[in-house]
Design a protein around this ligand. Structure first.
Ligand code: ATP
Ligand code: MG
Length: 565
């Protein structure tokens, strides 16, 4: 599903070599293996695009497999959301929806096989003792006193572990590898624990659960995965996975590691995202500030913009942080070409056109999308009383301010030139509450016959026709480029951006926006791209989320972040 020709990368090089060597009978089988313990985020999108993209390019298949081996954290709502997000991104796993929890029986048999081969044993050490025995990078581990149990005894104990004869945590099944291995993961790792926990799919059928390390590689093998693509932190696990597969004598997928995506000014750890949700720093997994796919979708991102972003960043062997601005560029570029323009005033200031006839209404032609002539024009009502943006007026403007001020003429987009002739203030506070202006009827449509051209063009909404609306503006969730960079003793959440959400309830929208459908997108002239919120909008009362500003406001936010440091 890449929009462009696939870029060469080291993963493709490996696959090309394998195909040339006739490995796997020329098959390419990948998988996307989420653990259903949270919603998918933009980092997962990178993995999804990669796995499904490679399968498509090589006429192979990509499975969706839920790596659901941990009963404590997994839920069926996460499964639902993951399927929704993968499908939304534009990928189809057809009938290949698999669950590691469906392999529990098979994994158990594999463990029995390993015991029979003298390569696994039941150990009575507690979890803490196992850790103590493991040793360190510089110190070899200590062998468990239970390491040399007979095969028969191990088979018997393991069967009874499964049958529920022993209390939680009292025993584990461990691989018998080498306690002096430099790679600590190979120092007799735990394969099974006793844990009486309810599994969201298997209920209470099991009281022993496989570790991720035991389940993952074998699950890939069961599915005949040819290229098991994962993130760099699993590089050190590869010798262990290979050891299991070699001992069992079953199909061995080629594991290939790539650098995980980190995005600036946000976190991509499910644990941290869950904490933000649980502690109500955000409204939910799909809060438009979240880097989750459901959050990005609600914010107004399209699947294509995310796929293009993933194509662009490519795959590498070294971890780095990608700027959020890059992601924003992709959605901005797409929406600029595709979405209709509209006018909305976020912080309204009333303008009365003193020479415009009372009661008169004109329907003016406004261009729907200057980038797309086929989008045509629409009629927008214009009348004596209008709203303009409050900060488009300054009573005593500094040198570089070209918008409205006393005595100055500006252009109202697709309408007329107006000149400010009087400023009305609240006598108590001195606040400007209304402007009186004249308009030049000869400039209808926004052009003067004498060719004069004001320096500023502003958006507007007819006051009598305006629809009130709620608009939500966003900044990044965190002030720091790398939110994980925290001061000693501080909480990672201390880097949260207190201004990440601004709710504007008194916006004035052009009338047609009243019936804008949830999920539809617009460019509000001069303000950015907006998407109608699917959750909080109701018929006739759209709530707009700003997807992205018109220009990259990055520099400013980064600067603000610096100032906070
Ligand atoms: P977390 O570390 O937040 O718990 P995870 O990697 O454990 O996330 P999984 O559900 O196991 O989450 O991820 C499914 C797949 O997505 C894995 O193959 C993993 O390598 C990949 N993945 C997860 N996060 C990223 C990321 N930031 N960039 C690229 N791939 C990722
Ligand atoms: Mg994982």
């Amino acid at each position: 599903m890449s929009e462009t020709r696939p870029k060469n990368n080291f993963i493709r090089d490996i696959i090309n070599e394998d195909l040339k060597a006739g490995k796997n009978q020329g098959r390419v089988q990948t998988r996307f293996p989420p653990e259903p313990n949270g919603y998918l985020h933009i980092g997962h999108a990178k993995s999804i695009c990669l796995n499904f993209g490679l399968a498509a390019d090589y006429r192979g298949e990509c499975n969706l497999r839920f790596d659901d081996t941990n009963p404590e954290t997994e839920e069926s709502d996460y499964v639902r959301s993951i399927k929704e997000d993968v499908a939304w991104l534009g990928f189809d796993w057809q009938d290949r929806e698999f669950y590691a929890s469906d392999y529990f029986e098979k994994l158990y048999e594999f463990a029995v096989d390993l015991i029979k081969k003298g390569k696994a044993y039941v150990c009575d050490l507690s979890a803490e003792q196992v850790t103590e025995h493991r040793g360190t990078l510089t110190k070899p581990g200590k062998e468990s006193p239970f390491r040399n149990r007979s095969v028969e005894e191990n088979l018997d104990l393991f069967r009874r572990m499964r049958a529920g004869e022993f209390p939680d945590g009292s025993m584990s099944l461990r691989a018998k590898i080498d306690m002096a291995e430099p790679n600590l993961l190979l120092r007799d790792p735990v394969l099974y624990r006793i844990r009486r926990a309810h599994h969201y799919r298997r209920g209470d059928a099991w009281c022993i659960y496989a570790t991720y390390d035991w389940a993952h590689g074998q699950s890939d093998s069961i599915e005949g995965i040819t290229h098991s693509i994962c993130t760099l932190e699993f590089e050190v696990h590869r010798p262990l996975y290979d050891w299991f597969l070699v001992q069992l004598g079953i199909h061995r997928p080629q594991q290939i590691e790539f650098a995980r995506l980190s995005l600036s000014h946000t976190v991509l750890s499910k644990r941290k995202l869950l904490e933000l949700v649980k502690e109500k720093y955000v409204s939910g997994w799909d809060d438009p500030r979240m880097p989750t796919l459901s959050g990005l979708r609600r914010r107004g991102y399209t699947p294509a913009s995310i796929r293009r972003f993933c194509d662009e960043i490519g795959v590498a062997k070294a971890n780095s942080i990608v700027d959020m601005a890059l992601l924003e560029n992709f959605i901005r570029e797409e929406l600029n070409k595709t979405v209709p323009r509209a006018m909305a005033v976020l912080r309204p200031l009333k303008v009365v056109l003193v020479n415009y006839p009372e009661g008169k209404v004109e329907e003016l032609d406004c261009v729907n999308n200057p980038e797309d002539p086929a989008a045509g024009t629409r009629k927008v009502p214009f009348s004596r009383e209008l709203y303009i943006e409050r900060d488009d007026f300054m009573e005593s403007p500094p040198k570089k301010f070209f918008r409205l001020s006393p005595g100055r003429e500006v252009r109202l987009r697709y309408a007329f030139f107006i000149t400010c002739v009087d400023v009305k203030k609240d006598p108590a506070t001195g606040e400007v509450v209304e402007l009186h202006c004249t308009y030049d009827p000869a400039t209808r449509g926004g052009d003067a016959p004498d060719g004069r051209s004001p320096k500023a063009t502003m958006h507007w909404v007819s006051a009598g026709h305006a629809v009130p609306g709620e608009v939500r503006l966003y900044e990044t969730l965190f002030t720091k480029r790398d939110p994980n960079e925290i001061e000693e003793g501080a909480d990672w959440k201390s880097n949260l951006n207190p201004r990440s959400l601004e709710i504007i309830t008194g916006a004035k929208l052009e009338p047609a926006l009243k019936t804008a459908l949830p999920g539809s997108r617009f460019q509000f002239e001069r303000l950015g791209y907006f998407c109608v919120d699917v959750r909080d909008s109701s018929p006739g009362k759209p709530v707009f989320n700003r997807t992205v500003t018109l220009r990259d406001t990055w520099a400013r936010i980064t600067k603000a972040g610096k100032e906070n440091e």
